[in-house]
Write a protein that binds this ligand. Sequence first.
Ligand code: SF4
Length: 237
Amino acid sequence: MAARAEQAVDLPDLDGAIACCFACPRLVAWREEVGRVKRASFRDQEYWARPVPGLGVADARLAILGLAPAAHGGNRTGRIFTGDRSGDVLFAALHRAGLANQPTSVWRDDGLALRDTRIFAAVRCAPPDNKPTPAERDTCAPWLHRELELIKPALRVVVALGAFAWSAWWPAMTAVYGVRSPVPRPPFGHGVRWTGEQTPTVMGCYHVSQQNTFTGRLTPAMLDEVFAEAKLLAGID
Ligand code: SF4
């Protein structure tokens, strides 16, 4: 699987290879079981039930790094952050920031297009309880590393949604840019920013999960601030 990731010549090739990955037995079993059992409100739909590739343009100056697809969101629709409440919050914010052409993301062919932005997750399969293990993160890392390599020429800023994505960034940075992580690593926090000499700036942002957005820990105004700063740092008008 790592060899296949390295061989990917472009994003469509990588996306196709990711969608055929079976490297994590626990996650393969879970994504398929969710697709068989389904949520009652989606019982007439055919779930994607496979790994979910990244979304967005190859010349993205801004990348958004998430945790993993949601069982009844990306694992159902086949597109990251699509068809769930987290995506509703994220795409509304991206639309306000002028980075998405529409404020909603409900299905693969709904006409959504991103500007200057690529979105992907540290782990590409839906995990039980939204909690992938560190070992599963490490197994999935070659996909992330290759995706970063392919968008590296334009990439300026990475927004890491939550501590898990933050933790996935540092080995990715070393693998892709050949730059060692700072010691000690900056702890995750909303608004934390770290810039290396030859690497994109990484920004911490609370995850757009319902746990954070329903409780007011992460508000639309806070997301607007993050994307305004990210655009500024990335040189996006
Ligand atoms: S989580 Fe990543 S490495 Fe594991 S099966 Fe899914 S795509 Fe493959």
